[in-house]
Ligand binder design. Sequence first.
Ligand code: SF4
Length: 66
Amino acid sequence: MQVSIDQDRCCSSGQCVVTVPEIFEQGDHDGLVRLRRSSVAPEHLADVRLASQLCPGGAITVTEDA
Ligand code: SF4
């Protein structure tokens, strides 16, 4: 599974960083989300899906592997 983000939609809530800090981080200066990695390990699948659902800006897209 891959995850991508749209910084234009991020409102810096920090929800994703709290949910999966192994994948998401926030910029020190702008608070916008950044990816630590785009490939999601099996143990983080459920949490990344949850982060995508909880994101108030709809900024997180999850793409299943073919
Ligand atoms: S949950 Fe969404 S809006 Fe909040 S920091 Fe993460 S990407 Fe940005």
